[in-house]
Ligand binder design. Structure first.
Ligand SMILES: [Zn+2]
Length: 285
């Protein structure tokens, strides 16, 4: 199976129109990013996930010759606005199936009412066949199965799709616990692992946030308390336990993973804020 990332940019694309930001001014080709979409193909099968405003350009750049169907993740414009440009494929192939959540299909009918017109439809308009995607129900695309993965984009439900060992998820903020284990390879929840790693990575990078949290506990718990009698080792332990618990509780981690993550934060605080805490402790002796 070939996976071609047609676009990996934000909803406005990179560069952003008129932006003077260094990334937008960059001449590095990696800073030219179209709206998100992916093209999956194998044997003579060819599928697109999402169809945003850069669809035409993406089809030309990738030299995609055929679209057997479009799988939609959600209805936001950066994922749907290119639907009108499927016409060249319609002229060659006829009607193109589009797979989406019922809510997304209803939304597309509003955005592209002329495509769904039943009376006096303009003959040159795109032609689609809608197929509703239901959570927990796989569907066949070519000779493979697509498994919808229910995830949340803030408060909006979004579908990711898994085809064989490839899973594509976009715009995800949270993933339901019950669905986490679904994305497994040889019994191992690989995707889950990566999400957690990413979460750990992000949290560990938030050093300034940790400093703020440490300052808060010092201010609240130790400003009036006499810490003269408290050995420094105990002081740093109390502070790091408090912050590590607070941060770990903000994740969805459980059991061993929770404990490991909490210990990582504790170590991180010890390694990075030792001097800061020591200085404070000494000032109170
Ligand atoms: Zn979105």
């Amino acid at each position: 199976m070939n996976v071609y990332f047609l676009g990996t940019g934000t909803s406005q694309g990179i560069p952003v129109i008129g932006s003077k930001h260094s990334v937008c001014q960059s001449v590095d080709s990696r800073d030219k990013r179209l709206r998100v979409s992916v093209w999956i193909s194998w044997e003579n099968h060819s599928y697109i996930i999402d169809c945003g405003p850069d669809f035409r350009q993406q089809m030309l750049a990738s030299n995609c010759q055929k679209v057997d169907a479009i799988l939609y993740t959600h209805e936001h414009s950066d994922h749907t606005a290119g639907l009108d440009d499927i016409r060249p494929f319609n002229f060659k192939q006829g009607e193109i199936p589009i797979y989406a959540h019922k809510r997304v299909i209803d939304n597309l009918k509003k955005r592209f009412d002329y495509i769904f017109e039943t009376k006096n439809k303009y003959p040159g308009a795109p032609s689609v066949k809608t197929i509703e995607v239901v959570n927990n129900y796989s569907f066949s695309i070519g000779n493979k199965m697509a498994v919808p993965i229910n995830v949340m984009h803030g408060s909006l439900q979004v579908f990711g799709y898994r085809i064989d060992d490839f899973a594509y998820l976009t715009d995800v903020k949270t993933i339901d616990k019950n669905d986490k284990g679904d994305i497994t390879i040889n019994g191992k929840p690989l995707l889950r692992f990566r999400i957690i790693e990413e979460q750990k990575y992000r949290l560990l990078r938030r050093a300034s946030d940790m400093k703020e949290r440490l300052e808060k506990i010092i201010k609240n718990d130790f400003s009036t308390q006499d810490i003269k009698s408290l050995p420094f080792d105990n002081f740093i332990l109390i502070c790091s336990n408090y912050v590590a618990n607070e941060i770990a509780n903000e994740t969805n981690l459980e059991g061993d993973e929770f404990v490991t993550f909490r210990n990582q934060i504790k170590n991180y605080i010890r390694n990075n804020f030792y001097d800061y805490l020591k200085e404070y402790w000494e000032s109170r002796q």
